[in-house]
Write a protein that binds this ligand. Structure first.
Ligand code: ZN
Length: 268
């Protein structure tokens, strides 16, 4: 039973709304980070239109609303703004609200989970767009996950114990590391090996195994759909990090229920 820490149903709804708003603001920040790291430009400085370079004003930067009211065009030069901006803001808002709803308490573990949502959405989009998982994201995220897990470790949060993280790291990095070595980097990139290590530290060994299995199931489904609809040809590579990131979010939100369901099936 989760505790609402004296949050009643009405405050729960207010919380959903507030965490959605917080999420779209962070989603807007993620879009900027993805753009700046993708173009290799400075992380500081004011936002500007990629086409006409005009510095954007406050009303151009309101998450979700600017995109809708400006009809996904730059106000100054008319250049189309990609749907990614809107979708990342919306997805971050929805996942922040869902994370709050599912966790049912305001504590360090909730903020750890919100941080994980941001890391996973970043890797999802960046690997999809650039086929790249950046060291500049992986290593700071790994250090932060380690610290957050140590600080929030308690019996109700399996996978946060040091040994569980260590075993997760070995499984995550080992599973992809072996494929990397056997295929000499053809099946799997070094970024996936590092992401495997990060997932191990974030989720501990049990959920890391679940994340890997889910990633192959989802990746297989998406690949089949793309092949049937002839959007991709056989042998074209899909970004593994993207599927691992989706699976990470699913495992974070529903992993314990999935594991419990599975062990009940087995009668363990
Ligand atoms: Zn413009």
């Amino acid at each position: 039973m989760g505790t609402w820490l004296n949050i009643n149903a009405e405050q729960g709804l207010l919380g959903l709304f507030l965490f959605f708003i917080l999420g779209i603001i962070f989603g807007s920040f993620l879009n900027s980070l993805i753009y700046r790291l993708g173009q290799n430009i400075s992380l500081v400085g004011r936002s500007f239109c990629p086409a006409c370079k005009k510095i954007l004003g406050v009303f151009d930067l309101i998450p979700l609303f600017s995109f809708i009211f400006l009809k996904n065009k730059c106000r100054y030069c008319g250049q189309k703004i990609g749907w990614q901006y809107f979708l990342v803001e919306l997805a971050t808002g929805l996942l922040f609200a869902l994370t709050f709803w599912q966790h049912q308490a305001i504590d360090l573990l909730l903020f750890r989970n919100l941080f994980f949502v941001l890391v996973l959405i970043f890797i999802f989009v960046f690997d999809w767009k650039y086929y790249l998982i950046l060291d500049r994201i992986i290593w700071p995220a790994l250090a932060a996950a380690l610290i957050l897990n140590i600080l929030s470790s308690k019996p109700q949060a399996p996978g946060t114990e040091l040994w569980a993280m260590g075993l997760g790291l070995l499984i995550g990095a080992g599973f992809f590391g072996i494929q990397y070595l056997i295929s000499k980097g053809k099946w799997i990139g070094l970024g996936d090996v590092k992401f495997g290590a990060l997932l191990g530290v974030m989720f501990g060994w049990q959920l890391t195994i679940l994340v890997i299995i889910l990633a192959y199931v989802i990746g297989g489904l998406v690949a089949s759909i793309l092949l049937i609809s002839r959007k991709k040809n056989f042998g074209e590579v899909l970004p593994m990090g993207t599927f691992l990131a989706i699976s990470g979010v699913i495992a974070m939100l529903f992993g314990q229920q999935i594991l419990t369901f599975y062990f009940n099936l087995l009668g363990v």
